[in-house]
Design a protein around this ligand. Structure first.
Ligand code: URA
Length: 433
């Protein structure tokens, strides 16, 4: 078997068998298959797709490409969550300490930004000192002792996904159902969770552009999870507009801390409570979702969730003085307000445009080796359904220079549509699968 024959097959739309998929994953992980050959195969998969059997084989091969964590010695039931990615998605940073504060351990491995969607790992890395690359022993020790650990994909878990994930980002192959589902599920299975809740985002700021695609992705991942013996629930959420008020790494860390202090944005609150209530149910906390939501609000209101976040940051060597005093975070060099030119109600706030602007400003990567500017991003002063007056600020661009801010100003302005008619708030929760 050789990689050229495999490439030839997929290029011509012929299905790959288990051995061929294993050959590719093994070869790319150990470096005998080059980046350019892998890029060609990934592009062929992206264009020609994969059938269900190929996707299952790809997921298993990626899971087996590295270590698997076994938590059975420290906890009976670890529930994991993952998002298919969104603009302004800070749900993990808020949710993990809430769930942990309720006595349910959280052990989560998060990715770096992919395409226009931000990555939880990049956001946590913007807290000075926060160590995302701890050993497997430390990861387990933190979960055992304080009930929480959030790391990135530094452990040897699904290393094939780590390489393919970075490659996909730099060859415009992020939006492929076979590649997204195998990427997410290989990581989740390798990282030892007993059950999984998936936030399947849907809309123009997500990989799944409509509900039909989101359902297809959700059903596939649910099937893979169940076949691996890990009950999986999918929450479909809207990504037509960014989640919350801020997009950008430091900006979203600050917004997350504010949330844990009880300063909620309604859309973020709905997504956090819905996903969290399902995680708690799968962990055996209670099957009553409303009760779970009340309990989550309780640990926010009594400060226990924020305390847990502080414990997490401290344990992973982050500088707590930044969390106690959010003003201490480095600020963007230049802030440019964008004004409305009419009275009315925001009827659209295009997540795709905002995601592209945030990457353009430097909050995400264009090439996999690019470094990130943690300070830059956007503040969305008005969101869909908000009333707005002519001359009022609708957004602020946080940029590294005046030139950069001006370069993106018309794009940010055009991301907003304002109508004369009242626009009602719409819940971001679409359905549960
Ligand atoms: N999250 C992942 O881990 N992988 C993807 O492909 C998309 C989102």
């Amino acid at each position: 078997m050789n990689i050229l024959d495999i490439l030839e097959k997929k290029k011509n739309g012929i299905n790959l068998n288990k051995e061929e998929i294993e050959f590719f994953i093994k070869g790319y992980t150990d470096g005998t298959i080059a980046d350019y050959q892998a890029a060609a195969l990934i592009m062929a998969i992206c264009i020609n797709g994969m059938n269900e059997e190929e996707i299952l084989n790809l997921t298993v091969a990626m899971t087996n490409s590295g270590d698997k964590i076994d938590f059975s010695d420290i906890a009976d039931n670890i529930v994991d969550k993952h998002s298919t990615g969104g603009v302004g998605d800070k749900v993990t940073i808020i949710l993990a300490p809430i769930i942990s504060a309720l006595g349910v351990p959280v052990a989560k491995m998060s990715g770096r930004g992919l395409g226009i969607t931000g990555g939880t790992a990049d956001k946590l890395a913007s807290i000075p000192g926060y160590d995302l690359e701890i050993s497997i022993e430390e990861f387990k020790k933190n979960v055992k002792e304080i009930g929480i650990s959030l790391i990135t994909q530094s452990l040897n878990l699904a290393p094939a996904d780590k390489k393919i994930y970075a490659l996909r980002d730099s060859i415009s192959c992020t939006n492929s159902i076979p590649l997204i589902s195998s990427s997410i599920m290989s990581k989740k299975i390798a990282s030892g969770a007993n059950a999984i809740v998936l936030d399947v985002t849907c809309g123009n700021g997500a990989f799944a552009k409509n509900v039909i695609e989101a359902r297809e992705l959700a059903n596939l991942m649910k099937k893979i999870g169940n076949l691996a013996g890990k009950p999986t629930v999918c929450v479909l959420t809207s990504m037509e507009e960014p989640l919350g008020r801020f997009v950008g790494n430091i900006l979203e860390i600050k917004e997350s801390v504010e949330f844990l202090k009880g300063n909620f944005e309604e859309d973020v609150k709905e997504v956090v409570l819905e996903i969290g209530s399902r995680m708690l149910a799968l962990a055996g906390f209670s099957n009553d979702f409303d009760y779970n939501k009340d309990k989550m609000l309780e640990v926010i209101n009594n400060g226990k969730a924020l305390e847990k976040f502080i414990q997490l940051v401290e344990r992973q060597k982050g500088d707590l003085s930044y969390i106690y005093n959010l003003d201490k975070f480095e600020k963007a060099k230049y802030v440019l307000p964008i004004y409305s030119d009419k009275d009315g109600y925001v009827s659209k706030l295009d997540a795709l445009t905002i995601g592209k602007v945030s990457v353009g400003l430097g909050a995400g990567r264009i090439k996999k080796e690019d470094s990130i500017d943690y300070t830059v991003g956007l503040e969305l002063c008005k969101k869909v359904s908000d009333k707005v007056s002519n001359g009022e600020i609708i957004a602020k661009i946080y940029a590294k220079s005046e030139e950069d801010a001006v370069k993106f100003s018309s794009q940010v302005f055009s991301a907003f549509e304002i109508s004369k008619d009242v626009v009602n708030y719409k819940s971001p929760i679409i359905e549960i699968i």
